[in-house]
Write a protein that binds this ligand. Sequence first.
Ligand code: IPM
Ligand code: MG
Length: 362
Amino acid sequence: MRLDIGVIKGDGIGPEIVTEAMKVLDKVGEIYQHELSYSQLLLGGASIDAHGIPLTDETVAEAKKCQAVLMGSIGGDAKVSPWYQLEPSKRPEAGLLKIRKELNLFANLRPAILYEELKGACPLKEEITEGGFDMMIMRELTGGLYFGERKTVEEDGVVTAYDSLTYNENEIRRIAKRGFDIAMKRHKKVTSVDKANVLDSSRLWRKTVEEVGADYPEVTLEHMLVDNCAMQLVKDPKQFDVILTENMFGDILSDEASMVTGSIGMLASASLNETKFGLYEPSGGSAPDIAGKGIANPIATILSAAMMLRFSLDLDKEADAIEQAVAQVLKDGYRTGDIMSDGKTLVGTAQMGDLICNRIKR
Ligand code: IPM
Ligand code: MG
């Protein structure tokens, strides 16, 4: 099969981690006989450097021609990077938000799994993590606070900034359906997270999720306030199966969930629209402090490539092969710095990629 994949290496550690994921994909292609064709696309700081803006119409058009897009990370250190001298709408992050919107990638899946082998990297007590946990965060990605109207004005000599959190019921319904669909394939439990004790948008969220939930009698639905959820994630992460939530809450909770799995360097993500198309990226940032040093953890990106094979290309066996190779490499004791613990073998980015490639089997 021919696979047309768009590749956004991006900024910071992006090029390093994507290179390893491509290596792994090439290995899968070789073993399972697929012809991979990559189109390199620019986004974020790399696009600003080349074109003066973080996302061009050409990049959007090119991305649409691909079956899926694999991405590294975008952005730099706001204290030193010239990208942050630009107005906010021209900075790297604006490009990421725009491509999500342009491609209508409203459903962001972020699986947080505690690997048995990484228990040592988990900051929680052993009695809490006993038996591991495996949750899927379903984050709404093209609405809410990150896309609402915003402005900064001066009124009577006082500067005031506004951001608006808006959701309509259709936006809530479509993400809720995705959440319930995925729960049906898992442990049939949805925890919908909102702030319905304060926000109107959350009250609509809760009502709409209830309505959608009525079509899924097999799925247990519970509602949780976001502040309580933040606490429950460290108190009892095992209780969660699918966490369904709006954009900003999902942004925050998914970083928290990643840390309880040991490292954000392990957390993959898929951003999907109504079709098979998706953009796949590690949930972590561009980590400019370690960029170019060859020490970043490429596993989240490699697992994102596995999600791409599964969700956009229907290549389940190939995705399994990658996931098993990752689990095996951890079992064999190899670790990048972020997940390192006593008695394990410390490896760099490229070596980790090679070790995973060597474990890809048919
Ligand atoms: C993420 C990131 C982005 C987001 C930023 C870079 C705009 O934090 O993917 O979680 O908030 O969505
Ligand atoms: Mg984030």
